[in-house]
Design a protein around this ligand. Structure first.
Ligand code: HAS
Ligand code: CU
Length: 556
């Protein structure tokens, strides 16, 4: 094992102004409110697979699909982006040791609130029962499209706050390497800013005017393609903030180190290049797209698998350094000496472990022929609960165990309940996903109210029961998380909280000259990403004749 050089970059840490901490805190709370609202229907949906219906107990809920829309929108769109809108700017400010632009922080918060209010109005009023994958022919009320567009704008404003800080830092530190934590935080949202343009076009040019009656009909294939153009890379926009923690914070929390500064930057550059030109792997069964373009996207999908594989090796090595420094010996002895009593670390290690299965199921999805077996079956929610539902959600919960104490300056209410939350959630998730995955292989459909479906199969019985049991455990796990976080916010002991962010150091400092300095040129990498996007979508879009045939359907 290489000897650790100790580079103390910023021994004094950096205190963000109290006013800015407050805005960031409230931005995150919006996400938590969304998570609370969203998990109830998650429970109902899981129980439905076991033949149990509790939907009658939900006040004001009109249909199963209204609940499923609320679940998807709240948990994967609002929770994730609210968290990242605060987390990434905070990481940037800390890494650069400079404050953020207060006006931009408030603008991010205000746009997010407004976007939420419009979306909530539409979904709660059953005016937007279109599921979180919003494309024609299902039509929502205009407030839904405008609301979500504002949520996207809030992410652009959060990126603007990071870029302002970075530009200011560069001006004062000419010739210096951008600190790693700032680089990966900014690069995450640069990728997303690029990736979010197609959905902005889909909403603003087509679906919004269509829902307002300004366009009578739209082209369903075009809106689907624009949706998945953003809809695939969005998953990496959720994932990358979790990776920021795994790479740059977890090593410090376990007493390890970042294995390689350059390796980490290359991983982010690969995500910037390869996340976007892959969206058609959601459209393998769509007529109207040539098999050649589907194959190109399939190959690119195997390409974007690679930086996650690289992450598995690097993050595991960082954990191993920590475990060995704590006295772990032998091939696996270092695992035992990891800090299993630290709820923040445990949540994130469990998130990593379930993500191994999330990644493996992703490869099956990505394989053109195997996709025909699992597409539109319950396998797909099995896959994505082991990615966004664990790698992302559980990591964000793990981060909260130090972040909320840091932002509120109150001590975490209970380590024991926090630990129980993560274990119950993870074990539940594995049972739940086992149910959905095996049911999917037996043709059990996704997005179906199985408890009241007029058709069934004996092969779905055991998978359905496992889904119901696992989903209930996940619900209990999240409930415990809210107990800990809620009580920390209102009753945590004051002045006993962490004063700084657990920022890690790399084994070797970033090179001052040579090829590595090119890694920091985000503008160049963004231009290269645009070239790949043109290769992947140019042939389809250039030759495409828009045929507006679809009126809006409001079925539920
Ligand atoms: Fe996916 C469908 C392919 C990753 C989310 N995906 C979905 C949908 C969602 C989603 C929400 O190709 C459904 C959309 C809908 O509603 O229709 N996905 C992939 C592939 C990957 C992948 C190849 N997906 C994600 C991530 C998501 C996500 C990440 C959310 C955050 N997915 C697909 C495809 C479909 C799809 C098709 C369409 C299916 C269809 O037909 O509808 C890969 O990027 C995965 C790479 C992951 C890895 C794992 C690395 C493991 C790590 C942890 C290491 C562990 C350690 C622990 C260090 C290679 C990094 C050690 C600890 C010790 C104590 C020892
Ligand atoms: Cu995808």
């Amino acid at each position: 094992m290489a000897k650790l050089t100790s580079i103390v970059l910023d021994p004094a840490g950096y205190d963000l102004p109290a006013g800015q901490r407050r805005v960031l805190r409230w931005t995150i709370y919006i996400g938590y409110a969304a998570l609370v609202a969203g998990v109830f229907h998650g429970l109902a949906n899981a129980l439905s697979y076991a033949g149990i219906t509790i939907l009658g107990w939900f006040p004001g809920l009109r249909t199963y699909y209204q609940g499923l829309t609320a679940h998807g929108v709240a948990n994967v769109l609002i929770f994730t982006f609210s968290f990242s809108n605060a987390f990434l700017p905070l990481m940037t400010a800390r890494a650069l040791a400079r404050p953020l632009n207060t006006g931009l922080l408030w603008a991010t918060f205000g746009t997010l609130v407004l976007g939420n209010l419009l979306t909530i109005y539409a979904v709660v009023g059953n005016k937007a029962t279109v599921l979180y994958t919003s494309y024609a022919p299902l039509q929502a009320h205009w407030t839904y499209y405008l609301g979500l567009a504002l949520v996207v704008v809030s992410t652009w404003l959060a990126l603007a706050s990071m870029i302002v800080a970075l530009v200011g830092w560069r001006r004062q530190n000419r010739g210096e390497r951008v600190p790693l934590l700032a680089f990966i935080s900014v690069a995450s949202y640069v990728m997303w800013a690029l990736a979010s343009i197609p959905i902005a076009v889909e909403f603003l040019a087509f679906l919004l005017p269509w829902s307002l009656g300004l366009r009578a009909e739209v082209d369903p294939l075009l809106t689907r393609t624009l949706f998945w153009f953003t809809g695939h890379p969005i998953v990496y926009a959720w994932l990358l903030p979790a990776y920021v923690s795994w790479y740059a914070l977890i090593p410090r929390q376990v007493g390890g180190a970042v294995v390689s500064d350059s390796y980490t930057r290359i991983v982010w550059i690969l995500f910037l290049l390869l996340s976007i030109p892959t969206g058609m792997h959601h459209q393998y069964v769509d007529p109207g797209i040539s098999s050649v373009m589907k194959a190109v996207h399939g190959v690119m999908t195997f390409g974007v698998f690679f930086p996650s594989l690289a992450t598995a090796f690097s993050v595991m090595a960082a954990l191993e350094i920590g475990g060995r420094r704590a006295g772990g010996r032998g091939l696996f002895g270092w695992i035992r000496t990891l800090p299993w009593g630290n709820p923040s670390v445990v949540a994130q290690i469990l998130a990593m472990l379930t993500f191994v299965l999330g990644g493996a199921t992703g490869l099956v999805n990505a394989s053109f022929t195997m996709n025909q077996v699992i597409h539109n079956t319950s396998w797909v929610p099995g896959h994505f609960h082991m990615t966004v539902g664990s790698a992302v959600a559980l990591t964000f919960m793990g981060i909260a165990y130090w972040l909320i104490p840091y932002l509120t300056q109150r001590k975490l209410f209970s380590r024991g309940i926090a630990l129980a939350s993560s274990w119950i959630y993870t074990i539940g998730l594995l049972i739940f996903a086992r149910g959905l995955i095996s049911g999917g292989l037996a043709g059990m459909p996704r997005r179906t109210f199985i408890a009241e479906a007029t058709y069934t199969s004996d092969a779905w019985r055991l998978p359905g029961i496992l889904t119901g049991i696992g989903g209930t455990m996940m619900f209990i796990g999240v409930a415990l998380f809210f107990i800990v976080i809620g009580l920390t916010i209102v009753a945590g002991r004051r002045n006993a909280a962490p004063r700084d962010i657990p920022i890690s150091q790399a084994l070797t400092p970033p090179a001052k000259q040579g090829w590595e300095t090119w890694l920091d040129r985000l503008g160049v990498w963004t231009a290269a990403a645009i070239v790949l996007i043109l290769i992947a979508y140019g042939p389809f879009l250039l030759g495409y004749e828009i045929i507006p045939v679809s009126p809006g359907f409001r079925l539920f």
